[in-house]
Design a protein around this ligand. Structure first.
Ligand code: CMP
Length: 145
């Protein structure tokens, strides 16, 4: 399997609830290593552009309100099959449907406050990483055991 990169956000509820470490541990246990990471407060304009694909959806305003309600952690995760692996570790979008042991089942409170975002395809991973990170902000990881 190929080493891939995917884009990940720890949403405001993860920071508010004090579970940053526990969420990162789930990624690390799954073999997903952060190769870029920063904590930011998203502006409305940034959040609206990032989630532009959902602009016409009924939940768009609530999504933007929530994503700008407090700081978030943006990261690039690297690992074997990282895009699918990340989605597996996150669990279903709605925590009520998320499998036992997943991040959303363990920590999320609602479909909006669902703790993490992760890219849904290789194409979107590329776009989302480039939206928030310059190439120079992504480290080269030493994969030697
Ligand atoms: P995320 O993976 O960040 O992508 C879009 C977000 O919109 C999603 O997680 C949810 O937090 C939020 N959302 C709210 N309602 C819905 C819905 N009905 N379907 C999909 N996403 C939703």
């Amino acid at each position: 399997m190929a080493i891939e990169r995917t884009f990940s956000i720890l949403k405001p509820d993860a920071l508010q609830s004090g579970v940053i470490g526990k969420v990162l541990a789930k990624f690390e246990e799954a073999g997903l290593k952060p190769v870029a990471m920063k904590m930011v407060q998203l502006s409305r304009a940034e959040a609206e552009e990032f989630y532009g694909i959902h602009r016409e959806r009924g939940f768009f305003k609530a999504l933007i309100d929530f994503m700008t309600s407090g700081p978030v952690i943006l990261q690039v995760l690297e690992g074997e099959n990282a895009i699918a692996k990340n989605r597996e570790v996150m669990g279903a979008t709605n925590p009520a449907n998320a499998a036992e042991g997943t991040i959303r089942r363990s920590f999320a409170k609602s479909i909006d406050a669902n703790t993490v975002h992760g890219s849904d395809s290789a194409e979107n991973a590329k776009i989302e990483i480039a939206y928030f990170f310059a190439g120079t902000e992504i480290v080269k990881y030493n994969w030697a055991k």
